[in-house]
Write a protein that binds this ligand. Structure first.
Ligand SMILES: Cc1cc2nc3c(=O)[nH]c(=O)nc-3n(C[C@H](O)[C@H](O)[C@H](O)COP(=O)(O)O)c2cc1C
Length: 191
């Protein structure tokens, strides 16, 4: 019988940019045979924590606001302390992603917050396996992982561009790749 695994993507997005990144993560996860993906906004996930019990992997995503996660995403994190008390997410696969307006924008702070959060829950963190892009004369702003992240997936959305065009396709492809990696890790870890 084929194995079936579930990846949940929990995200907040104030203006739609991080939502577009979350959708690409979810599509990447679902592209792996034997894996289903579910997108949950942080408010709904906080209100229905038991819905995450059946997930083999949870990917956490937040825009970078003031150098860290957004307040609505932090509310989800704080609500999850009820699960933490029971270590209900222990040994689930975890990953994280973030999007911000500036090239750097202090996005690393957000991914560090997400990885510590996952560690508190006893989860197994999966980083991004792509080498840095856009760092040689042979690469460009269209390269995968153009943000040069390794802890998770990063995206950058110009502040005056809508989510139809921002983040750009390189960041969406990076997110898709990361979602697929999380799904493969969930299959392998659960085996
Ligand atoms: C309250 C607030 C704080 C922000 N702080 C940062 C920041 O620290 N670094 C940055 O590069 N962009 C920052 N931005 C810009 C957002 O990260 C950017 O617009 C992002 O695309 C928003 O994603 P969203 O549409 O999913 O909410 C901030 C925006 C807001 C509203």
């Amino acid at each position: 019988m084929p194995t079936s695994r579930k990846v949940a993507v929990v995200y907040h997005s104030g203006y739609g940019h991080t939502k577009a990144q979350a959708e690409a993560i979810s599509e990447g996860a679902a592209s792996i045979e034997g894996v289903t993906a579910e997108l949950l906004d942080a408010d709904s996930a906080a209100a229905d924590l038991p819905a995450l019990e059946s997930a083999d992997a949870i990917v956490f995503g937040s825009p970078t606001y003031m150098g860290t996660v957004s307040a609505p995403f932090k509310a989800f994190m704080d609500a999850s302390s009820a699960v933490w008390m029971e270590q209900g997410w222990k040994d689930k696969i975890a990953g994280g992603f973030t999007n911000s307006a500036a090239q750097v924008g202090d996005k690393t702070g957000t991914l560090q917050t997400l990885s510590v959060f996952a560690a508190q829950h006893g989860m197994i963190w999966v980083g991004l396996d792509l080498p840095p892009g856009n760092n040689t004369t042979q690469s460009s702003d269209d390269s995968m992982n153009r943000m040069g992240a390794s802890l998770g997936a990063m995206a950058q959305s110009l502040a005056d561009a809508g989510p139809d065009i921002a983040p750009p396709s390189a960041d969406r492809k990076t997110a898709h790749h990361y979602g697929a990696r999380i799904a493969q890790a969930a299959l392998r870890w659960s085996a």
